[in-house]
Design a protein around this ligand. Structure first.
Ligand code: DC
Length: 230
């Protein structure tokens, strides 16, 4: 088999990475890998064990005890921690903040690195995260940095949470979003940063449909360069 294709999709929370990547992956037959779910799974487990996500010693001690698995079932990703399916449990605002805190711990990033690499070695992937183009898959065939204004990202995240029945206010979501943006891009290890060779796509004011078309075209042009511009 030829070397699989890998697409790195990085950007801040709420830029639309997961919605766009899921759709594009389905339409092109790629595997969609949501790496944020891995950090969320660790954040969830720390909270469950009564620890503080920024307590580095606690988190590091916990890592050898946990086994994280990604399973792809009917083109949707499910995340397991020690055989517990945590896919839905990791989507709360509390776990979002915990995920951001544990993601700043270098041992956590090292712990998850090989799982991400291994998945990309075996499959054609669209992998979404913060450091995919810079650290995890520096040789990705295509790197996209997806972004949108903080207000628009907060609005999308707020709508999503309300739809899931999670009570919150737009102001709280915007404040959390700005804090996570700051923390994610100022941490020492693998900060959120576009790779030098990433293509910027700003989705402010774009529908999901428009973003999907833009990303699909970038991928198709990469796979079939002779059809470029058609
Ligand atoms: O994409 P998300 O909102 O599910 O990510 C949750 C947190 O995990 C986010 O605050 C940053 C962190 N993260 C990371 O540091 N590196 C990744 N590749 C993916 C997510």
């Amino acid at each position: 088999m030829n070397k699989p294709f890998s697409i790195a999709l990085d950007g801040p929370s709420g830029a639309g990475k997961s919605s766009v990547a899921k759709r594009v992956a389905m339409e092109l037959g790629f595997l969609y890998v949501d790496t944020g779910a891995l950090y969320r799974a660790i954040g969830y487990e720390v909270l469950k064990r009564g620890g503080k996500p920024n307590d580095q010693a606690f988190v590091e001690d916990m890592l050898p005890d946990i086994n994280i698995e990604l399973k792809h079932i009917d083109s949707s990703q499910r995340v397991f921690v020690n055989n517990e399916d945590v896919t839905e449990l990791i989507r709360t605002p509390e776990v979002s903040m915990a995920a951001s805190a544990v993601s700043a711990i270098p041992a956590v990033r090292r712990f998850l690195f090989e799982l991400q690499r291994e998945t990309a070695r075996k499959n054609n992937v669209i992998m979404d995260g913060r450091d995919i183009g810079t650290v995890v898959l520096p040789d990705a065939d295509l790197k996209v940095f997806l972004t949108a204004s903080a207000e628009e990202r907060a609005r999308r995240r707020y709508d999503e949470l309300i739809q899931k029945g999670i009570e919150t206010s737009y102001e709280d979501v915007l404040a959390d979003m700005k804090k996570r943006d700051y923390d994610d891009s100022h941490r020492e290890t693998a900060p959120l940063k576009a790779a030098d060779d990433a293509i910027f796509v700003d989705t402010t004011g774009h529908t999901l449909e428009q973003s999907v078309i833009t990303i699909k075209k970038l991928i198709e042009d990469m796979i079939n360069p002779e059809r470029h511009g058609s």
